[in-house]
Design a protein around this ligand. Structure first.
Ligand code: NAD
Ligand code: UD1
Length: 337
């Protein structure tokens, strides 16, 4: 039976992936410092799977923790979710982001090398494409991140491309996520942002549950059909499944892949509001304000490579994304607390 180290495994995408890994009969060791997640997630994972992941509370930047972990557990592969992801904060505090996301990743990769664990899946982001002048991003679209968070993702991708050249035995998948939303169908696991949500779906959910009075729609003068921004939202369960597909795909003959994980079908802010209202039966009050700095009008994935190479494609649409987000929010009005 395989054992996989999941860094950031108590986080939003990590926790959903851990459930799928355990359900597939894979042992999981989670390493998370809980800087943006709650330990209560572990109990939810156990409820959903009747299995227990091993949990190490610790930091990917802490070499001693990593050494103990790799001594204690014999890991076959690493799925590396741990990272900070708030674009605004990354601009205000770039060193924090380079330290956590880049230095932390380097420390992790060094310790993997030391114990000869050479299979890795890395959480990259569509943000590495920046503002490339096209709206449909294929994996060969030029990479020009426009914020520090995006720079850290591209730096780690570059580090892994160099690592692969120097150590051909490494098997690496770089997965570029579009906009992950939704929650586990049970309503027991979902996104639980600390403080004010930066992203659209958790903000709408909190308006629907009454935690926040209204949504601010950032701009309605974009060159899009209804004037609001268009994004490629992907259900977190589809995204998690993409990691298992990448894991199955990697092997001596398929040892380096870079793949977009998106649906290829973008939705506007107003369309998401409408779909959420339908799913929840609640009205979402909103006010249109000016555009958010750094936002693009529209972008979405060309998902065809993922289908060809991994045999993976997103199955769940916007209505299911909203229904599952709402069920999670309704059952857990204060998140995991
Ligand atoms: P999340 O914040 O919910 O999960 C990240 C987890 O990593 C958290 O549990 C946090 O406590 C942990 N962590 C952070 N720094 C750590 C460190 N130094 N040591 C140990 N643990 C640490 O975020 P998420 O949405 O699940 O994202 C997972 C990954 O996917 C991140 O790398 C993120 O950049 C990337 N990503 C996310 C999105 C998105 O919109 N959610 C989009 C593209 C890429
Ligand atoms: C943001 C990040 C991006 C990251 C992505 C997924 C920025 C500039 N970009 O992108 O790097 O990869 O999240 O985590 O932060 N919106 C509102 N009101 C809100 C929130 C959002 O109208 O309160 C709009 C936005 O303008 C956008 C859409 O909703 O048009 C989606 O926003 P969001 O969920 O933050 O994702 P991105 O902007 O794609």
């Amino acid at each position: 039976m395989k054992t996989i180290l999941v860094t950031g495994g108590t986080g939003y995408i990590g926790s959903h992936t851990v459930v799928q890994l355990l359900n597939a009969g894979i042992n999981v060791v989670i390493l998370d410092n809980l800087c943006n997640s709650n330990k209560a997630v572990i109990q939810r994972i156990e409820n959903l799977t009747n299995k227990s992941p091993y949990f190490v509370e610790g930091d990917i930047r802490d070499r001693t923790t990593l050494r103990h972990l790799f001594e204690q557990y014999s890991c076959d592969a690493v799925i590396h979710f741990a990272g900070l992801k708030a674009v605004g904060e990354s601009e205000e505090n770039p060193l924090k982001y380079f330290d956590n996301n880049v230095s932390g990743s380097v420390t992790l990769f060094e310790e993997m090398l030391r114990v000869n664990v050479n299979t890795l899946i890395f959480s990259s982001s569509a943000t590495v494409y920046g503002n490339p002048g096209v709206v449909c991003y294929s994996e060969s679209t030029p990479l020009q991140p426009i914020n520090v968070y995006g720079q850290t993702k591209l730096m780690v991708e570059d580090i892994l491309r160099s690592l692969k050249k120097s150590k051909p035995d490494f098997q690496i998948a770089l997965l570029r996520y579009f906009n992950p939303v939704g929650a586990h169908e049970s309503g027991q696991m979902g996104e639980d942002p600390f403080g004010t949500p930066n992203n659209l779906m958790p903000f709408i959910s909190q308006v629907a549950i009454g935690t926040r009075p209204q949504l601010m729609v950032y701009g309605n003068n974009y060159p899009t059909p209804d004037g609001t921004g268009l994004r490629d939202y992907i259900h977190v369960e589809d995204l998690a499944a993409g990691h298992l597909a990448a894991l199955n795909h990697l092997g001596p003959d398929n040892s380096f892949i870079t793949v977009n994980l998106g649906t290829g079908r973008p939705y506007s802010v107003l369309e998401v509001i409408k779909s959420f209202e339908k799913a929840s039966g609640k009205t979402i009050p909103y006010e249109v304000v000016g555009p958010r700095s750094g936002d693009l009008a529209e972008y979405y994935a060309d998902p065809s490579f993922a289908k060809t190479v991994l045999g993976w494609e997103a199955k769940l649409g916007i209505d299911r994304m909203c229904a599952d987000s709402w069920r999670w929010q309704k059952n857990n009005p204060k998140g995991y607390l």
